[in-house]
Design a binder for this molecule. Sequence first.
Ligand code: PLP
Length: 412
Amino acid sequence: MQGKLLDSIGFLKEFDPAIAETMEREFIRQKDGLELIASENYASPAVMAAMGSILTNKYAEGIPGDRHYGGCQFVDEMESLCIERAKALFGAECANVQPHSGSQANAAVELAILQPGDTMMGMDPGSGGHMTHGDATNYSGTYYNVVSYGVDPQNGLLDYDRIRDQAKKAQPKLLIAGASAYPRQIDFQIFADIAREVGAVFMVDMAHIAGLVAGGAHMNPVPYADIVTTTTHKTLRGPRGGLILCREEFIDRINDAVFPGIQGGPLEHIVAAKAVCFREAAEDSFKTYTRNVVKNAKVLAEALSDEGFDIVTGGTDNHMVLADLQSFGVSGHGLQNKMDANNITLNGLSLPGSATGGIRVGTPAVTTRGMGEAEMKQIARCIALTARDFPGTTDEVKAIVKSLCEKYPLYG
Ligand code: PLP
């Protein structure tokens, strides 16, 4: 991680103690707890320095060289550098670095490619897809005709033959691959073939795995997809934000869909932080980090299995592990709450074909703290102790969490 953490809480204490106090309590929660939410990570002090900068003062609607406001010469330089870094990191032809979040990135692509009522096909959110891939409660499920694919409830895996059959029937204009909860590599080549066979634009949402892709620890979707969207704050370890990569033929439509389509002024302080993040992700140390994220996830999956958990798909290829809780008789959200009380944060979720649901755990944050295989086994033990809820286990789990957090300090 680059640099020393700026003391923003200390700075605020004098001027706005009420807000500073909530920030301090949140910092203590992060520092003294284990973060196993697969979509969370710790941004570097350098990333945070860019986020908390004077760039927040500037309006810059438009794209570099074509803005609606004056005085954009320096943010133009900065945003152009950010675009070049994004393209180089992922090997993409074009990039838009302005989406405020992953959801905005997906909304912009759907606006660029689809007309209201057009058919899009994505992974069912109940099986691991994201809400923006067509959930009924989301704009995507409201304005577009959505055909969803799921996983095989027997083995938790994508069934590509079934997806091909569905696509042939539905003839989607946009086919989306990518997930919020899928622990295996997704074969982008097969998806690209299906999209070509049915004449769909092929989009990959790599929000969860973008860091692994940047570090070479996961297949890169960019050579296979027409458009790739991502968040920048999960495995990629940057600021909270979004990014769109695409082939040349789509960039004008994408730029127009971001602004004026769904956004106004870009957050140039966040764009600068994305640029810092892309620079960090190009370093050799980030490659080592992403290899360790995957190695730790595999050890965690094995250790959880040894503790009696039923691991969905039998293991993991990426940064996350899904565990079914049926044999423990506790619900996913029930265990999430119990873990919270023991200073470990994870997600409970529903799983296709499971009465209790399960948990999703990820290794990006604990790996950023420097933890390795031995610590993954201790973490698996903490989860098992909490799930079994034997009397006295809370003290034991809290003691393990405390010792791990002291040994691997946050922003140490
Ligand atoms: N896409 C996927 C696959 C995600 O998992 C998420 C968030 O969890 C998003 C998009 C949306 O990102 P954001 O929360 O930044 O809108």
